[in-house]
Design a protein around this ligand. Sequence first.
Ligand SMILES: Nc1ncnc2c1ncn2[C@@H]1O[C@H](COP(=O)(O)OP(=O)(O)OP(=O)(O)O)[C@@H](O)[C@H]1O
Ligand SMILES: [Mg+2]
Length: 371
Amino acid sequence: MSESELKKIREQLARALRERDRYRNELDRLQRRINKMAVPPLLLATVSRIVDDAFAVIHTPSGNDFLVASPFESLKAGDVVGVDQQTLKIVKILPPNVDAFVAGMELDEKPRETYEDIGGLDDIIVTLREVVELPLTNPELFEIIGIEPPNGVLLEGPPGTGKTLIARAVANATNATFIRLVGSELIQKYIGEGARLVRELFALAREKAPAVLFIDEIDAVASKRTQDSQVSDREVQRTLMQLLAEMDGFNALDQVKIIAATNRPDILDPAILRPGRFDRIIKVGLPDAKGRAEIFKIHTRNMPLENVNLEKMAMQLENLSGADIKSICTEAGMNAIRSNRKTVKMEDFKFAYDKYIRKVRESRPAAPVYS
Ligand SMILES: Nc1ncnc2c1ncn2[C@@H]1O[C@H](COP(=O)(O)OP(=O)(O)OP(=O)(O)O)[C@@H](O)[C@H]1O
Ligand SMILES: [Mg+2]
């Protein structure tokens, strides 16, 4: 073989090797793309707290909390993470300002509760339908008559009287998008992000209109100055200011209604009650005897009762909230199961009530007094 032939072959070899490397790189690149695409979609969850630096409590969109291993040292409460749908293993920490976070976390599917599930609050339901449901379902009526329905309604009343329940039933009836925001979560979970979250939720509500934006436990973000530490106080103030700004920026055509609920109206900042904000206040009180009977009926709907006089019970047992009645009914059912019976009897309700009273005596003195 001549010298020149040899040189030619060497050159060819070098070229072939370069080509090989190029294809290898290309192969790697494509393989990486394939791997990327093969990762199953991750579930978005929020870290609510870190336990012993090795575990994290995550809050998932289904509303459940899980304790999982924390693989990232930098993980902190408030982070949004992508978790494996099956194992809930934390795979990735999302950078802040991810919009999907709001969309994914707070958008409830349509609530299942209906007006049928609410006892003793007929007047309140009528009012709410007028000021929230009707403007969403028949806005033209208000245009014809030339009035503007209120933007926001505030439900106030003692714990367990059905405030959250009513808001969910309204959303069910309107077919509107239901966005729920819990005041205490805003402050505790989304530390430092409260104001941003409020802004994004309002934007989301407008985008998804017609929508009902439900702010539960609004006292947590709209309380007068608290005794808490300076930092959280400032955070509360910032969140509140954002909330007020959003409400002021509302117009009737937005097709977004806000329902707020609180069991501490006494500590609310008066600023949220100014005109154009929550100018309709609806008081939800403890049910009367008739209301109690209705609630007993609702919560025993699926129970095989034997000689139980619900009306009589409702007459005699005073000062019970809807939630109290529900827990008494559940406890009565439990007692029937414990007694190996297939029916629930009056004695079960007596047992449940006695147990309830004992619990109240133990716990209520410390509970906040409702005024
Ligand atoms: N009027 C009612 N009719 C039927 N069930 C009721 C009623 N009120 C309360 N309940 C039952 O009690 C549960 C708790 O009520 P709900 O969460 O609506 O109370 P709340 O007024 O929002 O209390 P809180 O102020 O503590 O948030 C409801 O899910 C429901 O099962
Ligand atoms: Mg509630």
